[in-house]
Design a protein around this ligand. Structure first.
Ligand code: MN
Length: 372
């Protein structure tokens, strides 16, 4: 299964799938940098977000397997997506996942946000090396849902961390020591929702040529239904350094992804009930506009089976009118964050925006104009 001389030891492919009309995923194969981004927010938003994120990553990523440096590049990509939305590119609420790797010999640096994944095929076993930032992954960690149940759960596409909303977002970053002969796989959920890890491992075993392996994985995901865009990158770990010499970036493809607009998805979802939801909700937080000021709650916006799961944390003096229109419109629906601490961090950000736009007016009411 070793690679033939002269043949590329990596391959990447992104496919629209069988159901969506557009591909919102973007794939990057630019050795030593590899990445998959799954855009969110619908046509003319998701592919904009994943495209901007990948472009920024490509220009900011380190050339060595430096996980911290790669994490900084992902944070730069996050800021670029937020800025683009403010400047009117794409749409409000657009976002993207990002799973990126720099392969330097046998050392692999990974930075990860969202529910795309990195796997390592190592001495026969396929190991997930990233943890999904998703609602069902949280519930699996809490023991309220099994992996099997999560595959058909109505909220399986709700992700809890993405690029494009929270300016303080932080990526998971780490470095892995692989061995020559190992294989790195990066993929969007369009692959993992359609194929089990066991089947993916079998394909990676059976097809030594990375080009062939990605082709077969995409074909099988399509044969299984192709419900979402499918993006796959396979990198054979040879122990040799690579990159530089004219390794071009793979063409990206993009398309349609979600019926649920991710940032507002939880608001619309009222199908969940029970302890899992309660526990999930009680650890989250959100910001929302009430009586024209920003209020921080622990819990989730909306109602779940008729029950409201929110607990007031802080009422602020930040008026919604003092914020930019994009933020203001998000706040009417509720901006969901990881936890109360993240909510307070976002409030500090909003105070900054409010003061920048209307100095002095965001926190203290402006003096009334004098009568003529
Ligand atoms: Mn997807």
């Amino acid at each position: 299964m070793s690679t033939r001389p002269g043949k590329p030891t990596w391959a990447g492919l992104s496919d629209v799938g069988r159901v969506r009309a557009h591909n919102e995923d973007t794939v990057l194969v630019d050795p030593p940098l590899f990445a998959v981004a799954d855009g969110l927010g619908g046509h003319e938003a998701g592919e904009v977000a994943s495209g901007i994120a990948i472009d920024t990553l490509a220009s900011a990523a380190p050339a060595t397997a430096d996980a911290k440096g790669l994490g900084r590049a992902v944070r730069a990509a996050n800021r670029a997506v937020i800025r683009a939305a403010r400047e009117g590119l794409g749409r409000a609420g657009m976002g993207t996942t990002m799973t990126a790797a720099v392969v330097e010999g046998t050392r692999i640096a990974v930075a990860h946000v969202g529910d795309s994944r990195a796997y390592l095929l190592h001495t026969g076993g396929l190991e997930r090396i990233t943890g999904d930032h998703s609602m069902v992954a949280d519930m699996i960690r809490q023991g309220t849902l099994t992996e099997e149940q999560s595959r058909s759960h109505p909220n399986r596409s709700v992700i809890t961390r993405a690029l494009g909303t929270d300016p303080n977002m932080v990526a998971d970053t780490f470095e892995v020591d692989a061995e020559p002969g190992d294989r790195l796989l990066l993929c969007s959920d369009g692959l993992t929702a359609m194929l089990t890890d066991d089947r993916i491992a079998e394909v990676l075993h059976s097809y030594g040529d990375p080009e062939m392996a990605v082709r077969i994985l995409v074909d099988e995901a399509n044969a299984a239904g192709g419900h979402d865009n499918i993006s796959v990158v396979v990198v054979d770990i040879t122990g040799e350094r690579r990159g530089g010499a004219g390794a071009g970036r793979l063409a990206r493809s993009r398309a349609w992804l979600a019926v649920l607009v991710w940032a507002f998805a939880l608001v619309a979802v009222v199908t969940l009930a029970g302890w899992g939801t309660y526990r999930y909700a009680s650890e989250r937080a959100f910001l929302i506009a009430e009586n024209d000021v920003v209020v921080l709650y622990r819990g989730l916006p909306g109602e779940f089976a008729g029950v409201s799961l929110r607990w007031l944390e802080e009422e602020t003096t930040i008026t919604v009118g003092a914020l930019d229109p994009l933020t203001a419109s998000r706040l009417t629906q509720g901006v969901i964050v990881e936890d109360v601490a993240a909510g307070r961090a976002l409030l500090r950000q909003y105070r900054g925006i409010a003061e920048e736009r209307e100095p002095g007016e965001a926190l203290d009411p402006a003096p009334a104009p004098e009568a003529p």
